[in-house]
Unconditional design. Structure first.
Length: 182
């Protein structure tokens, strides 16, 4: 019998990376397409980290039934250290990260809770809050805790992680009388 515990977490301000929020993407040839985001959590955000640890622990407790009534020592866990695993990428420095996925499209809203429908508005490098839930899994001999993607709230723009610049930064405004200067 599994134990029912709260495994839902709403993060504080995090940076979004590898955003696939508007169109699902195939991550593994053996799986159906999924929506996803990599969540970069500052190591200084103790409140979010504490909530995540509680959510992961809750998923472990409720998942014990999947694992023969006890929690295995070698579980795969979703919270990972960016300095240790992705130190070559500057954006991961001083951050933990979680990859959150969903079969269903997440809700995406702005600061005022208005739906964001244009994919380019939320991108790798912007900042937001993310609603996630943790769940236990036991698939093909792999046992662990996964992270489900629920919803995203964009809080502010940030530097593109792809190295791309914003169009507004590349060009000056052009008036109707300026067309001969090209």
């Amino acid at each position: 019998m599994s134990v029912k515990v709260n495994t839902k977490v709403i993060t504080g301000k995090v940076r979004l990376c590898y955003t696939n929020l508007f169109e699902p993407r195939i991550m593994d040839l053996n799986q159906e397409p999924r929506y996803s985001v990599c969540i970069l959590i500052p190591k200084s955000d103790k409140k979010t980290l504490e909530a995540i640890i509680k959510g992961v622990e809750g998923a472990k407790l409720s998942g014990a039934a999947l694992w023969g009534g006890k929690i295995p020592m070698d579980l795969k866990l979703p919270l990972r250290d960016g300095d240790e695993e992705r130190g070559e990428h500057e954006e991961f420095t001083n951050h933990y990260f979680i990859n959150a996925i969903s079969k269903e499209r997440p809700g995406v809203v702005d600061r005022s809770l208005r739906d964001i429908l244009e994919p380019g508005v939320v991108y790798s490098g912007c900042y937001g809050r993310v609603s996630i839930n943790f769940y236990a899994f036991n698939q093909g001999g792999n046992k662990g805790v996964g992270c489900g993607l629920q919803n995203v709230q964009k809080l502010e723009d940030g530097e593109f992680l792809s190295g791309r610049s914003r169009a507004q930064d590349d060009f000056d405004m052009v008036g109707d009388d300026d067309n001969e200067s090209w």
